[in-house]
Structure formats: C-alpha cells, structure tokens
Design a protein around this ligand. Structure first.
Ligand SMILES: [Zn+2]
Length: 115
C-alpha cells in the first residue's frame, strides 16, 4: 500500500510504500519530546516529493540517525539511518501520514532511554 505524508506546512511531502502493521514509540530523549510514532521501512521504499533543501537535519549522541525536519514548520516527518546490516532505513513518523486511523495501528514501546 502507498501512503502519503507531509509536514504541517506542506514544504516537505513524501510517499512511502509498505505494509503498516505496527509502529514504535520510544522513550529516548528525543522521541519522548517529539511524540513520534515510528514505522521502519527500507529507505528506498520512501520517496521525497519536495526539494531536499527544505529539510533540516538534526543529529546527536553517536550521530547515527539523521532526524529530518521541516525548516519552515519544524515538524519531524521521518528519520534516516542504517540497520545493523548496513541497509539504509527510514523511520517514518506515522502521525504525518494521511488517511490512516492512528488508533488502529498496534504500537510497541521501545526503551531507548536505557540504551
Ligand atoms: Zn513544514
């Protein structure tokens, strides 16, 4: 299934293909502040529909994950990184997807704070 997502102002829009059968909520220092519900997909399954330069990048700690955000409205629609095997991955914030029933997506809790 193809999903469309965007930030609040629309300067960042993307589409992502896959089966949304769960999301992850993490309690680490950044996720708890963002309140993001993340869905992990191969980065190639996600396509940015707006110019790359409208996205800001925030990294911290080991700088392994690129937290991408809209430079205009500040919403964080996704992050980018690599899995342990070196595959490029995206963590899509499903709160930014259109036409989904957030309450119907099973959420797993991840103890990122303890990592
Ligand atoms: Zn925006």
């Amino acid at each position: 299934m193809m999903y469309k997502g965007s930030c609040h102002c629309g300067k960042v829009a993307f589409q992502v293909e896959g089966e949304l059968n769960g999301a992850m909520e993490c309690n680490c220092s950044i996720c708890s502040r963002k309140g993001a519900l993340m869905w992990f997909v191969p980065r190639d399954a996600m396509q940015l529909l707006t110019p790359e330069e409208d996205l800001g990048t925030y990294t911290f700690n080991k700088h392994l994950i690129k937290h991408r955000f809209c430079k205009t409205c500040g919403i964080h629609p996704f992050g980018e990184g690599t899995d342990p095997k070196g595959n490029r991955m995206a963590a899509v914030n499903i709160r930014c997807l259109e036409g989904i029933d957030l309450g119907s997506v099973p959420v797993q809790h991840f103890d990122g704070r303890s990592m």
